[in-house]
Design a protein around this ligand. Structure first.
Ligand code: PDD
Length: 292
């Protein structure tokens, strides 16, 4: 992988090829930290304040302090893009509890570590937006809120990785997880939507999922288009009977789903396997937001 030249770590720009974080860092040892992924279009970071707010919420959830105000972190991220000569990019902020002795007691770790890296945009083939992806219903369930709350964007991603491995086995682009009660929750890196009639459905945050920044924006855009929104508790059958299904995320934007493979490897075509008009319209509306 081609690495960017410079990373930002707690106020300093450093060579990305040189070690910067301790092997005793709690992020490395225990996945004890949080992160954000942001998309950069034409050197501008899309919805930075919303990502910052979520970073604050996640950090608060884990009891980790954020030393930087929104504006100062925003300008540091812009500087990072500049020093790496990146115009279209993804910026990742990782915040860990920092270095400490072995053991789970967080009290000795009083110096959180924050790293920002800017990388080129992952290439989601254009054809996928035209044809729609295949989504695999994973057997692994989303972490319940009472264990590791999915509302906190933690770097403890084993749950998502297990689901992603199932998607790969099923030759699918993304996996969809149910919560432990059997209700639809979310993808490994995305939120879920489906359309039935003139109602846009999406799992309620109470199902235990990340409040996606893209999810929030798509709900607003759909309302503007006159769609009714229903956030609720849904089961896989609701999805198989939907007129349209799509997923959203910062890096995928609005991605249509053409087929769903269930746990028994049966394939369910959505809208006869064709991309529906709402996915196209909302994707266009989303793209207009980017150039605003
Ligand atoms: N993932 N659900 C999960 C579990 C996610 O990891 C993400 C984002 C989303 C969508 O959130 P947003 O619209 O704010 O990107 C939902 C990012 C892209 C990532 O993991 O890098």
């Amino acid at each position: 992988m081609k690495l960017p030249q410079k990373i930002w770590i707690d106020g300093k720009f450093k060579d990305s090829r040189k070690p910067a974080v301790s092997v005793f860092d709690r992020g490395f040892l225990y996945g004890d930290g949080v992160y954000e992924t942001m998309r950069v279009y034409g050197r501008k970071i899309f919805h930075f304040p919303e990502h910052y707010q979520r970073l604050m919420r996640s950090a608060r959830g884990l009891g980790i302090k954020v030393k930087y105000a929104c504006a100062s972190l925003h300008s540091a991220a812009e500087k990072l893009l500049q020093v790496n000569g990146l115009k279209e990019a993804v910026v990742r902020i990782t915040l860990t509890r920092g270095q400490g002795p072995l053991g789970f007691d967080p009290r000795p770790c009083q110096n959180p570590v924050m790293v920002m890296a800017a990388v080129p945009v992952p290439n989601h083939a254009q054809i996928l937006y035209q044809k729609g992806i295949q989504l695999a219903l994973a057997r692994v369930r989303r972490n319940p809120r009472v264990s590791i709350d999915p509302a906190f964007k933690s770097i403890n991603n084993l749950n998502n990785i297990f689901a992603k491995m199932e998607a790969i086995k099923q030759k699918s682009y993304e996996a969809l997880m149910l919560n432990t009660e059997g209700y639809l929750a979310e993808g490994t890196i995305s939120n879920l939507f489906f359309v039935k009639g003139n109602i846009l459905h999406t799992p309620s945050l109470d199902c235990g999922l990340l409040a996606g920044v893209t999810r929030g924006l798509v709900i607003q855009l759909a309302k503007k288009r006159g769609l009714k929104i229903k956030e609720g508790f849904f089961v896989p059958k609701d999805l198989f009977l939907a007129h349209e299904v799509f997923i959203t995320s910062t890096t995928l934007e609005v991605m249509p789903v053409a087929r769903i493979v269930d746990e028994k490897a049966r394939v369910h075509k959505i809208n006869k396997g064709r991309v529906g008009c709402w996915a196209k319209t909302l994707r266009q509306d989303y793209q207009e937001e980017i150039v605003k």
